[in-house]
Structure formats: structure tokens, C-alpha cells
Design a protein around this ligand. Sequence first.
Ligand code: HGY
Ligand code: MN
Ligand code: MN
Ligand code: MN
Length: 419
Amino acid sequence: MTQHGSGPAGWRAGTSFQEMWRDLLPVGRHPDSRGYRRFAWTGADAECRDWFREQAEARGLVHELDRNGNQWAWLGDPEAGDAVVTGSHLDSVPDGGAFDGPLGVVSSFAALDELLTRGARPTKPLAVVNFGDEEGARFGLACVGSRLTAGRLTAEQAHRLTDGDGVTLPQAMEAAGHDPDAIGADPERLARIGAFVELHVEQGRALDLSGDRVGVASAIWPHGRWRFDFRGEANHAGTTRLTDRRDPMLSYAETVLAARREAQLAGAVATFGKISVEPNGVNAIPSLVRGWLDSRAADQDTLDTVVAGVEKAARAYADAHGVDLDVVRESFTPVVEFDHALRDELARILGRDAELRVPVLGTGAGHDAGILSDRVPTAMLFVRNPTGVSHSPAEHAAEDDCLAGVSALADVLEGLACT
Ligand code: HGY
Ligand code: MN
Ligand code: MN
Ligand code: MN
């Protein structure tokens, strides 16, 4: 559905970075944890979407909700092609921080205002995008909005996604008023994009350690999610002799420790961060323990070695306890090398600001920019996070670093779109 607005002639600056941030901050924050629960197609998600639309319309931008539920705020004619797009996501992991995603979206609106207030006049269409369901917190698959758009997830696969309460993605979309039969690849949209630049809070401490405010991404590590199903035999916790047990929790626990060992050996990372237990009773030996492994490494061979090592250990532990094991790879993102020409162009543009050193750094975090990187020239800017922590309320970026990120993004957008 495209709302009508106008280009620079009808454009007007919106509220400041600080005011936008203050508006968005309370949305979806959980009272108990201070963390965010902005899950796809929930009430909090709808409030984030309303906020995005308000920001677009306050600036006279053309607001558009695409077939996959991503939001676009256009300056200029979306059909003209060679658009310069910036943005990120607004959803969160369970009890996530305030910056992962929202910093990119708020900074994009602020950078657009800064660029136009300077008097720069784009010769290409510009857009701010909010990609839906980037974290995959509710349906278990990251970057659903950008994967669907890039054709890296089919509508059939998406329709099979189900949340922890058994609600399917189509049911959740329908309940939120979005047609689940409309979802699918959107190659025409991507063909109209000349460059996508995502600004993101750094999820690590490289910039803090180097003393820089802003960095440019070089690559995203290959990473994936594997589900380990350990099936044993439910029984009474009080009356069943230890020798008579087929306890899947033991095999799971030993596998978690094996994952840490394998990752340590390989210089990679591996995390079992999510578990589900059936019947999940304090006084019942479990029948099923389901654990999700997230593993990432700087290169494919290392990642393969780690996951194979964890699976081999898990099978040995399962055998030792008379437990069955199924391992399912639920999602995988190959290594992303960001577009070298675009990355060098960013370094050239940002290098003009003598005040700003802009190191180039890799990351283990997945992003929509990574999903789109083989369809559209993409690049990423990172903003210093002094805690290095992410996916937690402790995630942080200082205001002056955020504003440095906005100015850097404004310079990049001007350099790319106001030629
Ligand atoms: O999991 C990730 O790396 C991203 O934050 N979705
Ligand atoms: Mn994240
Ligand atoms: Mn993110
Ligand atoms: Mn991301």
C-alpha cells in the first residue's frame, strides 16, 4: 500500500535524533527485565511500525509496506531505480538491548534530515527501510523480511514457521492485518536499489579498544543454527534407579560443554542459548531435550569442523545413555564479503573528515545487509559500543558516538546519492 507524500519540495525535517530515540525507547520494553520484547507481528511490533510510519509521514516521505511486511520511507520516485537505501530493523531478541536495530533506523531518519538540511539535493531516490523479523526471536529464523525479499526463503518455507505457542507465521501475519499469501521474492524491488548501507551498533568492543567512534564492516562470519533433539525415556525422578535411566538431559549437558571445547580449539564461537524440555516437570526424567546451537567462525571450514565435532561428541554421549539423537540444521548464512567498491567508496567519503578515523572490521553478527549482499551492493557502518555487549539490556552507545554515526551516514548518503 503506497501512501502519497512528496520529494524534497514537500520534504520537511522531522524531530531530532534525541527526540526520535525518546519516542521509540519505551515501545516493547519489558517492565521486569528492562530488556525489549519486540517480536514479529505482535503488539510491540505494530507500535514500532506505527512509529516508523509517523517518522516517514512527518518528513513528507512516501511510506510503503511491501509484500513481506518490510517498511520503506521514500524520498523521490521509488520506481526511478538506482536508489540509495539505508535502515535496519526494529524487532529484538528476548530481553534485547535498545540499540541493536533501532539505532540504524533512527540514525537513518536523522541522517536524511542532516543531509537535506545541509542543502544537499539527491539526484537519486533515497529510502529508509525497516526490515521485519530480523532477529527471528518468535519463529526461530533470522532475517525473515529480507530473506523473503531476496528470495532466500520461499513463501512455502515461511508458511511452515511456527512460534512456541504453535501459532504459524501466516496466522500471526493475518492477525496483524498482513496478507500471508502476498509474501515472496521481490526481485523488481531489489533491482531498483543501487546501494544499501546499514548502520548498526557494534556488537563487540573493537571500536572501543581502537578508540574510534565509527567503523566500516568488511565481512560477516558464516553462521547457522542447529537443533539437537535428544530423546530418552520419561520416568519418575524419585523411584527410577540411576542405572535404569535413559536421561536425555545428561547427553545435552555434556554436549553443551563439548560445544565450548570445540569452539575454543578452533577459535570460533558456539552457544546453546535455547532449550526446551518435555514434559518439563521437576520430578520427571525428561523424555525429550531439545537444544539449539548457534555457531559462527571466521571461515567455512572452521565452522564445519566445530559443528561436526559437536555432533560427533553428542552422538557418543547419546549412545552412552541409551538416548536417540537427531540433529537438524535450521538456518545457515554463508560468509558475507561486503561489496569492495562500495566499502572503498565509504572509506573515501568518510576519509574526508580528518577528525574521524574509520577502521574496517569483521563481525560475527548476522544482518539484513548480509542477506541482501549478493543481490544488491551493501555496506555497513558500526557505531562504538563501550560495553561490547549486545542482545542484552547492557548494550549501549554514547550519544556523541551516535551523533557521529548520524553524520557519517549523512556523508555517505550525500556521497552516494547527491552526485
Ligand atoms: O543473530 C544475529 O547475529 C543477528 O543479531 N540476528
Ligand atoms: Mn541482533
Ligand atoms: Mn541487528
Ligand atoms: Mn542484524
